[in-house]
Design a protein around this ligand. Structure first.
Ligand code: GAR
Length: 193
């Protein structure tokens, strides 16, 4: 079985979209794949309850317990590896990962970022797009490399930026599209594994 391990930090709506798609399309049968575990760096991440509702194993690795990024990432990798992942999927996982962690899963570590990369890597993407007068915004699924919010692009979605948009309104419009492209990009990768 090709195990998918999903890393979250918050509400986990992208994770939920992937899990629902995997159930709806029966990824076990179609790709011999399953969402094996959901791991959060925050014990209060709302997505953990959603994962449990779907009978998916959950784990918490609290970054605040570790003195350095390297120590956190070493423990995170140990927990991820227990689930023997074919793919490691970052879904709103809000920690910068060390090169050692990234290099452990070459081509198998994915991220979704709420901008049309290479525009607006980093935080506050929606406000920055509005401030720049962008007419379009979107989200990008990409393979993770050691450079933050870079790496080969697997999928993108484009939404209009509307006059009077707030960052919140734009984020919500983008998020609904994230929920469509992330499961599709993962399914396309699984088909080739
Ligand atoms: C999503 O918009 C995702 O693209 C973004 O956080 C949100 C998580 O929502 N990720 C990043 O900003 C990563 N740099 P979710 O927890 O409901 O999936």
């Amino acid at each position: 079985m090709k195990n998918i391990v999903i890393l979250i930090s918050g509400s986990g709506s992208n994770m939920a979209a992937i899990v629902r798609c995997a159930e709806r399309e029966d990824w076990r049968k179609t790709y011999g794949a399953q969402v094996a575990a959901v791991i959060s760096n925050r014990a209060d991440a709302g997505g953990l309850a959603i994962a449990r509702d779907h009978r998916i194993a959950t784990e918490v690795v609290d970054h605040k317990r570790f003195a350095s990024r390297e120590a956190f990432d070493a423990e995170l990798a140990a927990v991820v590896d227990r689930h023997q992942p074919a793919l490691v999927v970052l879904a709103g996982f809000m920690r910068i990962l060390t090169p050692a962690f990234v290099q452990r899963y070459p081509g198998r570590l994915l991220n979704i970022h709420p901008s049309l990369l290479p525009a607006f890597p980093g935080l506050h993407t929606h406000q920055r797009a509005i401030d720049m007068g962008c007419k379009f915004a979107g989200a990008t699924v990409h393979q993770v490399t050691s450079e933050l919010d870079h790496g080969p692009i697997l999928a993108q979605t484009v939404v209009p930026v509307l006059p009077q948009d707030t960052a919140q309104a734009l984020a919500a419009r983008v998020l609904t599209q994230e929920h469509l492209i992330y499961p599709r990009a993962i399914a396309a990768l699984l088909a080739g594994l």
